[in-house]
Design a protein around this ligand. Structure first.
Ligand code: ADP
Ligand code: 5GP
Length: 210
């Protein structure tokens, strides 16, 4: 039983997964959500959809003007420019989910993760790493979504991203997918059992029964 169920608290927990493009964040998160039932946030982006990507499911694909208007309306929990495109986490939807007791996973870049930690110090930050740079390149090429120039840009940027790892709570190395998925699930489970500021509620709960 989760500690928050035991203590009858109503809020869900916020998890962030970041890591170099092509590491397998999307693949891992999809499986964790299927297995554990957390919700993933659908980001807004000015990037053009890739083949097979669905508006409202993979991203909300918007124009630069729509993105800027959402910033003005204070509609983002965080937003950043990544590889020349804008990405942002819509605020209303996430807060609604957390308030209804659902856990939410944000698959966002390091700039976004830092902003989230400032607003939600209790958010849990997970950094996904590829086993090697060679394997990272192989995975991006295999995904087949980027031009050669974009692949090189993303690989070059990945070292800068890894330098942010000291801001994170956990590191998961995605060598074997099944193991990486179970490690992320273990983090979610452990974080739900972590003793926090409501520790006195546990004592009170048992005292009331005596
Ligand atoms: P990201 O979301 O981090 O950019 P993706 O989830 O799109 O990465 O994964 C990139 C590619 O790597 C995909 O083709 C995916 O199937 C593959 N992949 C993910 N995890 C593994 C793994 N552990 N071993 C081999 N290939 C993987
Ligand atoms: P992609 O274009 O491959 O879908 O995503 C590129 C990068 O943008 C990835 O590192 C991804 O995690 C990040 N990203 C996706 N959505 C968001 C978001 O809402 N905010 C931020 N800051 N980064 C995001």
């Amino acid at each position: 039983m989760k500690l928050c169920e035991f203590l009858e608290c109503e809020k869900g927990m916020l998890f962030v997964v970041s890591g170099p493009s092509g590491t397998g964040k999307g693949t891992i998160c999809k499986k964790v959500i299927e297995n554990i039932g957390a919700d993933i946030s659908v980001s807004m982006t000015t990037r053009k959809p890739r083949d097979g990507e669905i508006d409202g499911k993979d991203y909300f694909f918007v124009t630069e003007e729509e993105f800027v208007q959402t910033i003005k309306d204070k509609g983002f929990l965080e937003h950043a420019n990544v590889f020349g495109n804008r990405y942002g986490t819509p605020k209303a939807n996430i807060l609604e989910k957390l308030n209804s007791g659902k856990d939410v996973i944000l698959e966002i870049d390091v700039q976004g993760a830092v902003q989230i930690k400032e607003t939600f110090p209790e958010a849990v930050l997970i950094f996904a790493l590829p086993p090697t740079m060679k394997e990272l390149r192989r995975r991006i090429i295999k995904r087949g979504t980027e031009t050669k120039q974009k692949i090189n840009e993303r690989l070059a940027k990945s070292i800068d991203e890894v330098k942010f790892i000291n801001r994170y709570d956990y590191a998961v190395i995605n060598a074997n997918l099944e193991i990486a998925v179970s490690e992320v699930e273990s983090i979610l489970i452990a974080e739900h059992l972590r003793l926090k500021s409501d520790i006195n509620k546990i004592i009170t709960k048992y005292e009331e029964e005596c």
